[in-house]
Design a protein around this ligand. Structure first.
Ligand code: NAD
Length: 291
């Protein structure tokens, strides 16, 4: 039986995920707090409803800015806890606070629903092409139930544990990505000051052990050609870093490099605004090569 899916949050990621699932043949309804987001997707053929008109579905797929928004959609009155049919699955694809996810998962399961955290990598492009990477936190039975939907959205899925685990690993991943943006920009600036072209430097790094997704994808696609249209904002990366730092503090584990990365991303006046593409964090560092 094909799943019925309601996608809640029709932004850069959720809008594209909804269209991908519809194109794959699922019965998809979209919803967003903002009329503008709903009409943008309605114009592309997606059936949309206002938040107070959510239909009964097998799956509620959330793509929301923060855990506070996820909590609101689940627990507000009336939220999914009271609206969703028993046995339906809440899948949180947002990059959320793992502590909050674990608490929400308990409440969701106690209400007779199922929970899966499924944070994603690959940006709006990956969402539009059904080629996301997904980290899964939930039980095997829940994953099995929604597998056809996950397969339509993603090229790679990795189960990392029970509820909340997907969000833990997503924060670890984004900490590394944020750090690689800073360190790769410093490495390229150093080489440029020493007379090596950035493209040549990157070709060298990508043939060696210093390579990463940042050197292989971010620099060629968005930074060196100054396109800065990845669809992921500096504000969202700052949120993810603060979540990672808060998680480390709650766990009582000292991670001095994580704190240094958080500080570097929240730094000076020449830093990008929250609304800027996150790759802009490299801009002031690369500019040092020409000073
Ligand atoms: P976005 O801001 O473009 O979209 C979020 C949408 O949620 C907006 O349309 C907003 O109106 C809607 N919304 C907010 N509160 C709502 C509510 N209570 N009910 C219904 N809709 C509500 O954000 P995005 O870039 O699509 O990111 C979504 C999530 O995915 C974030 O947690 C982000 O960290 C994560 N993420 C983003 C990317 C990326 O490249 N953009 C990549 C991986 C993960």
């Amino acid at each position: 039986m094909s799943l019925t899916i309601t996608v809640i949050g029709l932004g850069q990621m959720g809008g594209n995920m909804a269209l991908t699932l519809k194109a794959a043949g699922f019965a998809v309804t979209g919803s967003d707090l903002f009329e503008q987001a709903r009409s943008r997707l309605a114009a592309q053929g997606l059936p949309v409803v206002a938040p107070e008109e959510l239909p009964a579905s097998d799956v509620y797929l959330l793509s929301l800015p923060t855990s506070a928004h996820v909590r609101e959609v689940i627990e507000q009155s009336p939220g999914l806890l009271s609206l969703a049919p028993k046995g339906s699955v809440i899948v949180d694809t947002s990059t959320s606070d793992p502590q909050v996810s674990r608490e929400l998962a308990e409440n969701v399961i106690a209400a007779g629903l199922q929970w899966l955290d499924a944070p994603v990598s690959g940006g709006p492009k990956g969402a539009a092409s059904g080629k996301l990477g997904m980290l899964l936190g939930g039980d095997e039975r829940t994953i099995e139930r929604v597998l056809p939907m996950l397969e339509a959205m993603s090229a790679k899925r990795t189960r990392v544990g029970g509820p909340g685990s997907g969000h833990v690993v997503k924060l670890a991943n984004n900490y590394l990505c944020a750090a690689h943006l800073l360190t790769t920009a410093e490495a390229v600036a150093m080489a440029a000051k020493a007379g090596v072209e950035p493209a040549a430097c990157l070709a060298g790094l990508n043939s060696g052990s210093g390579r990463s997704a940042v050197s292989e994808v971010n620099f060629p696609e968005w930074i060196l050609n100054e396109r800065f249209d990845s669809g992921f904002t500096t504000g969202l990366m700052r949120k993810d870093l603060r979540l990672a730092r808060d998680a480390a503090e709650q766990l009582g584990i000292p991670l001095p490099l994580l704190q240094a990365v958080v500080d570097a991303w929240h730094g000076n006046a020449d830093h990008p605004a929250d609304s800027d593409d996150f790759n802009h964090i490299a801009t002031p560092i690369l500019a040092r090569a020409t000073q």
